[in-house]
Design a protein around this ligand. Structure first.
Ligand code: GN1
Ligand code: MG
Length: 378
């Protein structure tokens, strides 16, 4: 856990970045589980202001590597949007812009050892924790597909693996088993139903790793946190910009597809307490797939297309494993808003896995149908 700072201290930090004018207002912003984000307003030219973020260095142990990845990806994407004729204003809408410190560094470290960075706040945009319309879902699919496509010619060897084995289900289950063995918060006795649900699905969840080990899935630059709220949409619900670049790493496309679907297809929230409300919105799945394949059908191999449904099953399962591990360890990783929050999240994600299993054949058909449409059209 990081110590809380008062707004005056945060405002002093904000003034150390190369902002226009000085800080007039500062307030907490967004719903991330890991970093702390503040909106900063100034009396300078940028009337919509900035975002100041404290990067959680207990999670991201090598912050310089995170910032290196971020700068590299931003530079590459901005170059791509320039090449298609975008002027400065357009490029600034499509790709995040980092504001350096007054000394020209990409981030600063405060006296307590916290890492801070600043970004331009994108005006007239919003993100959705729950998707409302197929148009929004389609735009999200296109945004993440385009993100992968535009990064497909950047050397993956240049990107640091800032959170090693982030989506490695074998390692995640290993961590869960360690948490069970030490039972440090004395909670294992309360979660036998959840552990059973995890145990009996374990085998299938290794499919992507098995395919990868046998060399059938290319390693690409992926986003790795493709929650739908990491796409900003504009007023017309057009995708504008992909955000939260901390976890950009080498990975498999099925992970990004699965994590996006996890947050789009669920009619309820990630932490829904009433499990009967965890049901699927299949038109949104179709719409996301359609937007995604529009961008991605050119470069995906058939093995990758076939692996996407495995990602759809795996990501909510892995999220349940991660929430449950944190619950058993006493809630150190994710911010929690009430007692048992991580357990509630675990249950909601397991309910989602069960729903997805019930509709697997239908989801598979949609993927094949949509990709087939694009492929026959070209
Ligand atoms: C965390 O903080 P946020 O919302 O960007 C987590 C993701 C999880 C997500 C679950 C670095 O993301 O992996 O999918 O919570 N990020 C990290 O909502 O662990
Ligand atoms: Mg994130």
């Amino acid at each position: 856990m990081m110590r809380n700072l008062n707004l005056e201290q945060v405002s002093a930090l904000a003034n150390r970045f190369d902002i226009e004018g000085t800080v007039t207002d500062i307030s907490p912003f967004g719903s991330g589980h890991i970093n702390d984000t503040y909106r900063v307003l100034t009396d300078g030219g940028r009337t919509d202001g900035y975002l100041l973020q404290r990067i959680n260095h207990h999670v991201f142990k090598d912050v310089p590597a995170v910032m290196d990845n971020m700068q590299l990806v931003i530079r590459h994407l901005k170059e791509k949007y320039k090449q298609v004729g975008g002027g400065d204003e357009y490029v600034e809408k499509k790709v995040l812009t980092l504001i350096p410190t007054r000394e020209g560094a990409p981030y600063l470290v405060d006296v307590a050892g916290n890492f801070w960075r600043m970004l331009v706040l994108l005006a007239d945009t919003r993100s959705y924790d729950i998707v409302e319309t197929p148009q929004q879902a389609r735009e999200g699919g296109q945004a993440f597909g385009q993100f992968q496509r535009l990064l497909s010619d950047l050397n993956v060897g240049l990107i640091h693996e800032v959170l090693p084995d982030f989506h490695h289900i074998g390692k995640r289950l290993g961590k869960l088993n360690e948490a069970i063995a030490s039972d440090s918060a004395n909670r294992v006795g309360r979660v036998s139903a959840e552990l059973d649900a995890i145990k009996h699905r374990e085998r299938r969840m290794h499919t992507i790793l098995d395919l990868a080990t046998s060399g059938r899935l290319p390693v690409r630059i992926t986003h790795n946190d493709t929650k739908f709220n990491n796409v900003l949409l504009d007023r017309q619900d057009k995708a504008q910009c992909v955000i939260d670049l901390d976890t950009v790493m080498p990975g498999y496309v099925a992970y990004d597809f699965g994590d996006a679907i996890r947050t789009i297809i669920n009619k309820a929230a990630e932490d829904e307490a009433d499990l009967d409300r965890v049901t699927l919105n299949i038109p949104l799945f179709r719409a996301y797939a359609s937007g995604y394949f529009e961008e991605a059908h050119h470069f995906l191999t058939q093995d990758e297309v076939d692996s996407l449904i495995e990602g759809v099953m795996l990501l909510p399962y892995m999220q349940a494993v991660r929430f449950l591990t944190d619950f058993l360890e006493g809630d150190h990783y994710y911010k929690v808003h009430h007692a048992d929050h991580n357990l509630q999240r675990t249950r909601a994600q397991l309910a989602l896995v069960a729903q997805l299993e019930n509709h697997e054949a239908e989801l598979r058909e949609i993927i094949d149908h949509v990709v087939g449409q694009y492929r026959s059209a070209t």
